[in-house]
Design a protein around this ligand. Structure first.
Ligand code: ADP
Ligand code: MG
Length: 728
């Protein structure tokens, strides 16, 4: 057996769970490493505390003097926890997080030094940011980038470093990150929703967006990970025949979690809890070695920071347990991919979840208003939502094995669907009589709270109502949730603004408020019918039906992200002051580039593995067969020798066929890559990578996987799928 593969398997066989002991109460650890409100109360003056809270709750700005106080308190707290360094923690458009560590330590003169951290250093920094994607923004002006403190997300300590969540912008003020537009999108929807809430409850003074994500991931033993250059470099297996035992038996789902994995999970959950991430559920997912982690939902900006932190933690802690985490959306062909469901809702400062059916007609009208406006927003902007979840890696997942299709639709469940259909029908044209209104309100009041338990669990829908929230399921496991959240919150904000304008318009014309709202809801229900789909999103019939309805089915990233610079998109984001046209163009450019880079790396690794690992092993085995046939003919004579070696000869031929095809396709792919690289325009280059390069991957893999079945197991150089997936 290839020595690398053998050594890896040997390592895995001898693994024992890393002992992990924690006695005591988990609850006492919660938020231990976070500079949260309680700690601030202790460490800050009342004035500074109030100032920070105003920033958290209403986005108020913090003045320099207060910033100095906060910085000094943060430093004292962090040092008391053993921290020696601090960093601005930000979310560049690479998808990962970035940080640059500086020491508190500051030498004054010979033999004298202090620990220093001022308001200046807290509020703003200038990291060397030239290596982060900027889509041309920085080149044209000034190469500098700035990070600026986001007081709405608390600072935290990892290891010995105080991490301060920040936004990341260019010298000229353009956003170079996810957090900046995320904060703006949240402000837009929260304001729009607040305005609409006033129709129903004047006591509401603030609306919050809530996000509860569910993170799926795979675990692979570190030795096997290292023995698979494809998994190591691209996050997914480019080759490998499906194991005889896949997920057909569904025995992994909710099955018992192996000891080594349990030890890892306990370890990382405790680290997450210390960072204030409210992780609660853990279980196996459908595919072998696939798991999920879902914390309690939180305010969206914080929830997103927590998701990014958790992705980091997963990787760090997995290494402690000799695992590697795969966050890729589709590490293994033929098995379920990994998503990151974004559960999303809006809630008021009076404690009302705006997407939860209420107890009386008024609260149900409010519920219906937010429900219908969300559906209308999706209907009007489905392509933008699709673009927000597009990535080279998510392309492999959408529409394959138990993953939502690339067609955006909304699932409501039969009960709620009927409620909307009835509402549409029962609102008559013309002026409503008091009796009409009473009857309608009575019916609306009957939308039962039991809806929560009643909702069908249609897992095939990309965007489903699940009783008291929407669940955006098409988001990829490796993505920054902000991308999806920026788009979703922006389009719903825009829709709510329009709704408010239209209802106000009707009221001005003499309709009373309830009537105006109902009429407007009726109009939206009618207009957005085509986006609602209750059936099986995995079926081919849906593809046909969706086409008939005029819904887009954008299967790949280069096509999906075109919409980012459409007139409609540019004006939507400008109007809401979330992203400027310059920023949107830059973002699109960055995504084209990222797509090209990812496919390019896959192509290179694929070519290298085929040429330098697989083909030599295959030829070695073939030579063995040839020598065997030669020997037989020598002993038995030509005729009998050939007769007796019929199987070997067939094998030799079979192998040759696949070998030739493999080599031919790899060469073609290489040539196409060269051609694509000559294309200057990034959009066109991305299309070429999609249509001319990536298109060969499946076929290349097909022949390689056939060869895996033909060649002696002893010789095969790469750990096989069954080994990667089932060894623990
Ligand atoms: P599943 O989708 O796995 O069946 P649930 O529907 O019970 O699980 O919940 C999924 C996630 O929804 C949880 O992580 C939870 O935090 C989140 N969630 C629940 N209520 C809300 C809400 N109002 N806003 C945002 N997320 C929510
Ligand atoms: Mg879910």
């Amino acid at each position: 057996m290839s020595s690398f593969r053998k050594a890896a398997l040997n390592d895995v066989l001898h693994r024992v769970p890393k002992p992990f002991n924690f006695e005591g109460k988990i609850s006492e650890l919660f938020g231990q490493n976070v500079f949260h409100a309680e700690v601030m109360r202790e460490f800050l003056t009342e004035e500074a505390y109030d100032s920070v809270m105003a920033a958290v709750n209403n986005g108020a700005s913090i003045d320099r003097k207060i910033a100095d106080q906060v910085a000094s308190a943060m430093k004292d707290w962090a040092i008391s926890k053993g921290a020696t360094h601090y960093t601005h923690w930000f979310q560049p458009l690479t998808g990962a997080t970035a940080e640059k560590h500086d020491a508190f330590f500051h030498p004054l003169s010979a033999g004298r030094a202090i620990e220093r951290f001022s308001g200046d250093l807290l509020v703003q920094q200038e990291p060397d940011a030239s290596s982060f994607p900027n889509g041309g923004i920085r080149n044209t002006f000034e190469a500098r980038g700035y990070t600026a403190w986001d007081p709405s997300s608390p600072a935290f300590i990892i290891g010995k470093t105080l991490c301060i969540p920040t936004i990341f912008i260019s010298y000229t003020g353009e956003a170079l990150d996810y957090k900046t537009p995320m904060i703006k999108a949240l402000a837009a929807i929260e304001d729009a929703a607040l305005q609409v809430c006033q129709y129903f409850d004047k006591n509401v003074t603030k609306v919050n967006t809530t996000l509860g994500w569910e993170q799926e991931y795979f675990l692979v033993d570190k030795a096997l990970f290292n023995a698979r250059p494809d998994i190591m470099m691209t996050g997914r297996a480019l080759f490998g025949h499906a194991p005889a035992k896949g997920q057909q038996l569904d025995d992994h789902y909710f099955g018992s979690i192996p000891d080594r994995v349990t030890a890892f999970m306990r370890d990382f959950e405790i680290e997450a809890i210390k960072l204030g991430i409210p992780v609660t559920t853990r279980h196996n997912e459908v595919a072998p070695n696939q798991f999920e982690c879902a914390p309690m939902f939180e305010e969206a900006n914080l929830a997103n920071d927590h998701n990014l932190l958790l992705m980091d933690l997963l990787e760090k802690i997995a290494r402690r347990h000799d695992f590697r985490v795969l966050l890729h959306e589709k590490p293994f062909k033929g098995l379920n991919g990994s998503g990151k469901h974004n559960n999303w809702s809006l809630s008021t400062n009076t404690g009302v979840n705006l997407l939860r059916p209420g107890k009386n007609p008024k609260s149900n009208m409010q519920f219906l208003t937010f429900l219908v406006n969300t559906i209308a927003a999706i209907n009007e902007n489905a392509d933008l939502l699709r673009a927000a979840i597009a990535s080279a890696s998510n392309d492999y997942r959408l529409g394959a094995n138990e993953a939502p299709p690339a067609i955006i639709s909304v699932f409501l469940g039969s009960h709620l669907s009927k409620v909307l259909d009835d509402l549409e029908k029962s609102i008559k044209a013309g002026k409503m009589t008091p009796e009409d209104k009473t009857e309608l309100k009575l019916n609306i009041g009957k939308i039962p709270q039991i809806l929560l338990d009643n909702t069908d669990r249609n897992r095939t829908s990309p965007f489903a109502f699940t009783g008291n929230k929407f669940e955006f399921r098409a988001v990829g496991s490796s993505a920054n949730c902000a991308s999806a959240m920026i788009a979703l919150n922006a389009i719903v904000a825009k829709q709510l603004r329009e709704f408010k304008m239209n209802v106000d318009g009707r009221i001005k014309k003499g309709e009373n408020k309830d009537e105006a709202i109902l009429k407007e809801l009726q109009r939206l229900i009618k207009a957005s019918k085509k986006i609602r789909f209750e059936g099986n999103g995995y079926g081919d019939e849906w593809v046909k039906e969706a086409e008939k309805r005029g819904l887009s089915n954008l299967k790949d990233t280069p096509r999906a992200i075109k919409v980012l610079t459409d007139k409609k998109t540019l004006s939507l984001f400008s109007e809401l002051e979330i992203l400027t046209p310059v920023e949107l163009h830059a973002r699109q450019e960055i995504e084209y580039e990222a797509y090209v880079m990812k496919v390019q790396i896959e192509g290179r690794v694929m070519g290298d593995l085929a040429q330098n690992h697989l083909i030599p092993a295959v030829i070695e085995y073939q030579n063995r067969l040839i020598n065997n046939v030669k020997g037989m003919i020598e002993v038995m004579g030509d005729k009998e020798g050939r007769e007796l070696c019929a199987t070997q000869i067939l094998l030799i031929k079979d192998i040759s066929r696949h070998l030739n095809k493999l080599k031919e396709l790899v060469d073609t792919m290489l040539q196409e890559r060269k051609n694509a690289n000559k294309i200057e325009d990034m959009e066109k280059r991305a299309e070429a990578y999609c249509d001319k390069v990536r298109i060969h991957f499946d076929e290349i893999r097909y022949h390689a996987d056939k060869l895996e079945l033909l060649v002696d197991d002893e010789i095969w150089p790469l750990p096989k799928m069954r080994e990667v997936l089932f060894t623990r």
